[in-house]
Ligand binder design. Structure first.
Ligand code: ZN
Length: 178
């Protein structure tokens, strides 16, 4: 969901709210004519409308909070931003610390994910593989040690420093990064 989609959703909720308020006014006027003998179906509809108006208000507030969190109007998806925000120390510590974080990165489909199976072990190039976050080989249900990088050159320099040489200690996925 990007900023424009959120704005459209807020606008939609405002329109709904306006319609509910219009209908509520009509019913309240009718109810007033009945005095204390308001027919139950009018009272029920009034109560329902009040609930709907409040539900719109809640949604509007939630969407506005989301917008506040991501004030830049770029087309960058909110999910990508969320993934980046949850990892506040991305440069110093690129490790993905939870499956939730990994799932967000997969949904956002930006950046690079390094699957670290054998650390600095000798079989590095067979298992330690750097992928694009878009790679379809990711198993969404399993979680091993992984690292996330926004940019390819960030990933490569981290790997050179911390894992060693490309094609010996690690390699690029030959499906998504060739
Ligand atoms: Zn891949």
């Amino acid at each position: 969901m990007d900023a424009d989609e959120i704005k459209a959703e807020i606008a939609h909720q405002r329109i709904l709210q306006k319609e509910y308020r219009k209908r509520l006014r009509v019913l309240e006027e009718q109810a007033a004519k009945f005095g204390i003998y308001v027919p139950p179906q009018i009272q029920i509809e009034i109560d329902e409308l009040i609930e709907k108006i409040e539900a719109c208000e809640t949604k509007i507030r939630q969407f506005e909070a989301l917008l506040q969190k991501f004030p830049d109007q770029s087309p960058t998806s909110i999910l990508a931003e969320t993934a980046h925000h949850t990892r506040n120390k991305s440069e110093e510590n690129p490790r993905i610390t939870s499956d939730d974080e990994f799932q967000l990165i997969l949904k956002a489909r930006t950046g690079y994910v390094y699957n670290d199976y054998s650390g600095m072990g000798p079989s590095g190039k067979d298992y330690n593989i750097l992928h694009s976050a878009k790679c379809y080989t990711f198993n969404r249900s399993s979680f091993q040690r992984k690292y996330y990088f926004k940019k390819l050159d960030e990933a490569i320099s981290w790997l050179r420093e911390n894992r060693g040489e490309e094609n010996i200690n690690w390699r690029r996925c030959n499906l998504c990064l060739r």
